[in-house]
Design a protein around this ligand. Structure first.
Ligand SMILES: [Zn+2]
Ligand SMILES: [Zn+2]
Length: 272
C-alpha cells in the first residue's frame, strides 16, 4: 500500500523556480493498493495522479473513490484535468460522508464546475461513469477499508478523514482553523494514527494576523499530533508565499518540537 502526495500547496498553484522542492500543485493525496485507489481532494495535483494511473497501470479492475475535505477551488481545480475521467470504460465513485446540509448537492458541484462558461467539456460528456455517494452518516465501509469523517472549523464547512486500512490508520486534516485552543474533534479523529496529515498554512506569528481565514499554524499541527499520540506527522497545504528556503526553516523548527515530523512535498511517496 502506498500513500502519495500529489499536491501539497495551499490556496493556489505556484510555479516559480524557488518553489520547486516542495512543489506547486494544490491538494491531492492518494492511498493506493492492488485493488483500489482512495483519493482525497482533487486540487491540481490530481492531474499527475491521472497521468500516472492512465499510463503506467492497467487499472481496469481498480475502484477509484474520491473523497473531499471541502470544495474550495484549490481542492477541486484539477478535476477537469483528471485524464481517466475521459475514458468511457472507467467508473469512479465521488463521495462525501457526514455532510448533511439541506442545500448540498454533490453532483451539482461538479456539474457547475464544468458548466460551459468555465470549461469546454460538461461533466456528462467526460466519458467515464460517475457514481455520486452523498451519505449523511459519517461512515464509508467496504471489505478492506473503514473511513470516518468529522467536521472541523473552516469557512463553508470542511471535514477530516480517518482511514483504517490493512492494519494502519491514516488521518487527513486540511483547511482547519482551531478556535479557542486545539479543536477536540480533530484530536479525537487523529487518535493513535500511524500517519497524520495536517495542514499548516501559517507560522505561529502569521496565524495571529489571519484569524478567521480558516487555517492552522505548524505549531498547532504538532500540538494535535502530540495530543492524539500520532506516530508520524506530515504537514501540508503550504502557503503560496512560502518558498523552499522558508519551508526548510519551518521543518527545522518543527523537528525541535516533534521528532517524527516532515513537511510533505509534491510526489512524496510513503510505503505502508
Ligand atoms: Zn485549501
Ligand atoms: Zn478551504
Amino acid at each position: 500500500m502506498k500513500l502519495k502526495f500529489y499536491g501539497t500547496r495551499g490556496s493556489i498553484p505556484i510555479c516559480e523556480q524557488s518553489f520547486q522542492k516542495y512543489g506547486g500543485n494544490t491538494t491531492c493525496i492518494a492511498l493506493c493498493n492492488a485493488k483500489n485507489v482512495y483519493v482525497f481532494d482533487s486540487g491540481t495535483g490530481i492531474r499527475n495522479l491521472g497521468n500516472e494511473y492512465f499510463s503506467n497501470h492497467n487499472h481496469s479492475l481498480t475502484n477509484v473513490i474520491l473523497f473531499f475535505s471541502h470544495f474550495h477551488w484549490d481542492h477541486i481545480q484539477g478535476f477537469p484535468f483528471f485524464l481517466p475521467a475521459y475514458d468511457p470504460s472507467r467508473e469512479f465513485t465521488i463521495a462525501t460522508i457526514g455532510r448533511n446540509d439541506d442545500y448540498f448537492d454533490l453532483k451539482a458541484i461538479f456539474e457547475n464546475q464544468m458548466r460551459k462558461e468555465f470549461f469546454p467539456v460538461p461533466l456528462e460528456k467526460m466519458g467515464a461513469k460517475f457514481n455520486f455517494i452523498q451519505e449523511e452518516t459519517n461512515l464509508f465501509k467496504n471489505d478492506e477499508v473503514k473511513i470516518i469523517s468529522s467536521e472541523h472549523n473552516h469557512p463553508g464547512r470542511a471535514f477530516s478523514y480517518r482511514i483504517a486500512i490493512e492494519g494502519k490508520i491514516i488521518v487527513f486534516v486540511t483547511d482547519v482553523e482551531h478556535i479557542d485552543g486545539i479543536d477536540p474533534r480533530v484530536v479525537a479523529i487523529s487518535k493513535d494514527a500511524d500517519i497524520l496529515i495536517h495542514e499548516a498554512q501559517y507560522t505561529p506569528e502569521e496565524l495571529v494576523k489571519h484569524k478567521g481565514w480558516g487555517h492552522s499554524s505548524w505549531m498547532q499541527a504538532i500540538e494535535v499530533a502530540k495530543l492524539a499520540n500520532v506516530k508520524k506527522l506530515f504537514i501540508t497545504h503550504h502557503d503560496p508565499d512560502h518558498d523552499d528556503n522558508f519551508l526548510d526553516k519551518i521543518e527545522v523548527e518543527c523537528k525541535k518540537h516533534f521528532l517524527n515530523v516532515e513537511l510533505a512535498k509534491d510526489n512524496l511517496e510513503v510505503e505502508l
